[in-house]
Write a protein that binds this ligand. Structure first.
Ligand code: SAM
Length: 351
């Protein structure tokens, strides 16, 4: 497989060009984006993400950092050129910078165009400079409110000041930041304009996410769910939202806010399905590959990874899994569907 990559570097697909040997799913979508949950643990307990008393995986079940590196490299050899570390909270995984440093080698060779991460920001003061020094250019920071009391209520355990200091440190280190906020009914719904102005005022992009029915939590999803069509309508009363075709390779659709000059993204898995252009798959910290965030089908890559030192079995397992990637998800939150259709939390699959 590696040989064919070098022998015949590109093929045509849907009018575009992809590497030969690339991962192409049954709907002719090239898989170029891998999201890796490096731990299911987190130092926050966001009410829409986790229940207060979570049972985490025994540490012995986790892939080692070396195994995670090998797994990521196997995908990169097949044309994955964007890799996001996530979790749980990626920066609470012990030794995480070892993995970042190893992966940054693929940036140097040009195989990887982007190495990035999604973080709650709590550890950024400690890690921002090292992340930048390892070739990370931009990161996503999740932040749902600028009100310290509300922040504590949403995250259960988090401290807003620490996250804001982390954002300062990241900007000082030269990292570009996108702020992601989950729209929560009755919680931050009337603060979204303020968050937007704050983010844009600091030169950061801002994206709003619809809450997704992933994993059982302690509250009803219906009480949390705020369709972004409503948020967008309200923002449009206050701001001029100009359509753009800017894309980052992720699911967000962006507008430019005339008054702030900044970019505003919408991730709308419920009100507007974004699956037709899906280019990504996710692996968990135990080496389970999820071909779709919103479906249950998965493939175990840990067994083939551990079964032999070369990657042949692993690549066969990856091919089989990509051959089963579904067309898309169908999340629903309404009165009949208040329970999660998917048992796993976002922290397992990686948000
Ligand atoms: N700990 C990191 C963080 O806070 O960004 C990375 C993992 S977290 C699971 C990734 C993102 O998923 C966060 O922006 C979080 O707000 C979002 N998220 C978690 N559960 C969600 C849900 N049920 N619906 C929508 N977004 C969710």
């Amino acid at each position: 497989m590696m040989a064919s990559l070098n022998a015949n570097p590109t093929i045509e697909l849907n009018g575009g060009t992809v590497k030969s040997g690339a991962l192409i799913d049954p709907f002719q979508r090239a898989i170029t984006y891998l999201r890796v949950s490096v731990t299911d643990r987190c130092d926050f307990r966001c009410v829409y993400c986790m229940s207060e008393h979570m049972a985490f995986l025994p540490k012995a079940d986790l892939l080692s950092l070396e195994e995670l590196y090998r797994l990521c490299s196997a995908f990169i050899a097949r044309g994955v050129n964007k890799l996001r570390l996530t979790g749980g909270e990626p920066l609470v995984r012990r030794g995480i910078m070892t993995l970042v440093t190893s992966l940054s080698r693929h940036l140097k060779t040009g195989a990887l165009k982007e190495l990035t991460l999604t973080t709650n920001g709590s550890q950024l003061q400690r890690y921002a400079s090292e992340l930048r020094a390892n070739g990370i250019e931009r990161i996503n920071v999740s932040l749902d409110t600028l009100d310290a009391v509300k922040f504590r209520a949403i995250t259960r355990w988090g401290e807003l000041d620490k996250v804001l200091a982390g954002i300062d440190a990241a900007q000082a280190a030269g990292l570009k930041i996108k702020i992601n906020a989950v729209a929560l009914k009755g919680v931050n719904e009337y603060e979204i304009g303020d968050l937007l102005e704050w983010a844009h005022g600091r030169g950061m992009d801002f994206t709003i996410i619809e809450v997704m029915p992933l994993g059982d939590i302690d509250e009803s999803r219906l009480d949390q769910y705020l369709p972004l069509s409503i948020v967008r309508g309200r923002l449009a009363e206050r701001y001029t939202l100009d359509e753009t075709d800017y894309r980052t390779g992720g699911p967000a659709r962006y507008v430019r806010v005339k008054q702030t000059g900044g970019r505003l993204g919408f991730i709308t898995p419920l009100t507007h399905n974004f699956c037709e252009s899906c280019n990504r798959v996710r692996i968990t910290c135990t080496g389970t590959l999820y071909m779709c965030l919103g479906q249950n089908d998965a493939a175990d890559l840990r067994a083939p990874l551990r079964a032999s030192e070369d990657d042949e079995l692993l690549q066969t397992a990856i091919d089989e899994a990509i051959g089963r990637k579904p067309r898309g998800h169908d999340f629903i939150i309404d009165r009949q569907h208040q329970k999660s259709v998917l048992p796993r939390h976002m922290s397992t699959t990686g948000g």
